[in-house]
Write a protein that binds this ligand. Structure first.
Ligand code: ADP
Length: 429
């Protein structure tokens, strides 16, 4: 609602062409603190009323046919909320008032109050106040309508912009999903190509490694035969060289065997079944003399539970870990290894604790990568593939591998494996 009411909307427009009625009325209204304006005739009044009016005060004498036409025009123009109050000062009774019927016939757009002259001041004042009150309410209705229109306009603008944003959002969504589809397709195609290339490379390296073993074995065996059967005819230098050839070939053969094992682990299918860990570890210990006294003490701390895994692969992993535990020990110390288990997040953790040389923290991660070694071959023989086989295998069985160690203080390698009742959560890779 507008804070300040324009004064024209409170103004009383008066037409009384004869006598003192106009002047008297204006004087009375002024005394009552009401704004008024005396017009010379009805056409002028109509003109002023178009800028806003509180009430019309007319005398019967002002209603000529010509002036009534102006009034009819003014009333016709009024919007639905407007019903201009008209006070008509008549004389000689309502029925005989000429022009009154014509005034009434102008339509329902005005409320006409007829006051008989002579009239008391109080009657006039009260009639005008009633008219102004009614008119004030009409202007309030106008303001409300105007406000409603503004709000509706704003709402419709917002609805339009919302609709626009929604359309834009939808288009963006469609674009994104189209991009995602294309991307997915590209990734799929490239992954398939990559897989194919990797498979070809693996097959290639497997066959090369495999084929290399034949000539290597020949080198090994012929140098051995030479050493055994022709030693008397050979110089000590020749024997030394032959011995180096045999050992080199043997080392290369071991390396090839490890590479083949690694690539088998990466390629072979690995169905998981429940495995009795206790039996599996005992079988391994029996199989290798280097894991038994007097060469080493390997103690299994009961109980070792049933785990989910691939038996041949798990045997390979545990053999590798125990072999390392007894290998990386100072020469003057008898290797002592403890194998024990604990539970971790519903899976089984198997620990391999040794009394060996230990590993500095900065090497804990890298030793699980293929060909990574901390120690030289002269110190401890090896190929640097054992732990990478363990990692690859355990991960393919849905498990994890890690180490806790400090240099000079032994190592605690661990593997984490799913248990049979966790089968559904651990799909092999
Ligand atoms: P390899 O035993 O043939 O050297 P691995 O992959 O089995 O290869 O081990 C990688 C390296 O990790 C080893 O060369 C050694 O430096 C370190 N390592 C592995 N196990 C142990 C251990 N139990 N104690 C100390 N060092 C170890």
């Amino acid at each position: 609602m507008s804070g300040k009411v324009p004064s024209f909307e409170e103004r009383v427009l008066i037409v009384a062409p004869t006598g003192n009625d106009a002047a008297n009325a204006a004087e009375v209204l002024a005394k009552e603190g009401m704004d008024s304006r005396v017009c010379s005739d009805l056409p002028e009044l109509c003109q002023l009323a178009r800028s806003g009016v509180g009430t019309l005060l007319l005398t019967q004498e002002s209603l000529t046919t010509h002036s009534l036409n102006h009034l009819a025009l003014l009333l016709d123009e009024q919007p639905p909320w407007s019903d201009i109050p008209v006070i008509l000062l008549a004389s000689g009774g309502e029925a005989t008032a000429p022009g009154l019927n014509s005034l009434r016939a102008l339509g329902s757009s005005s409320t006409i109050t007829v006051l008989e002259r002579p009239l008391r001041v109080v009657t006039l004042v009260s009639a005008i106040k009633t008219g102004l009150r009614a008119r004030r309410r009409q202007y309030q209705v106008r303001d409300l309508i105007h406000q409603r229109e503004l709000i509706m306009g704003e709402l419709s603008e917002r609805a339009k912009s919302l609709e626009y944003s929604q359309r834009e959002l939808l288009q963006a969504k469609e674009k994104i999903s189209r991009h995602a589809e294309e991307l997915e397709k590209t990734v799929e195609e490239r992954t398939a190509k990559l897989r194919e290339t990797i498979a070809q490379l693996e097959a290639f390296s497997y066959s090369i490694s495999h084929d290399m073993r034949g000539p290597l074995r020949a080198m090994q065996q012929y140098s051995q035969i030479l050493l055994e059967e022709c030693r008397p005819g050979l110089s000590s230098d020749a024997c030394h060289y032959l011995d180096r050839i045999a050992r080199g070939a043997q080392r290369l053969d071991r390396l090839i065997q490890d590479v083949l094992t690694y690539s088998r682990v990466a390629r072979a299918s690995m169905p998981l079944v429940p495995i009795n860990l206790d039996k599996l570890v005992r079988d391994i210990l029996q199989q290798y003399p280097s894991f038994q006294p007097p060469r080493a003490n390997v103690e299994v701390i009961q109980p070792l539970p049933v785990v989910l895994g691939h038996e041949a692969s798990l045997t390979q992993c545990i053999s590798n870990l125990i072999a390392n535990a007894v290998k990386f020990v100072p020469p003057d110390r008898r290797p002592t290894v403890h194998v024990k288990t604990g539970t971790a997040n519903g899976s089984v953790q198997v620990w391999f604790e040794d009394n060996g040389i230990g590993i500095a923290p900065e090497n804990h991660q890298r030793i699980f990568n293929i060909f990574e070694r901390v120690n030289s071959d002269a110190e401890f023989e090896g190929t640097g593939i054992g732990l990478s086989i363990v990692k690859k295998t355990i991960e393919r069985m849905g498990g994890e591998v890690g180490v806790e160690s400090e240099l000079g203080r032994g190592s605690r390698f661990w593997i984490r494996l799913p248990t049979p009742h966790h089968e559904q959560h651990n799909t092999p890779r």
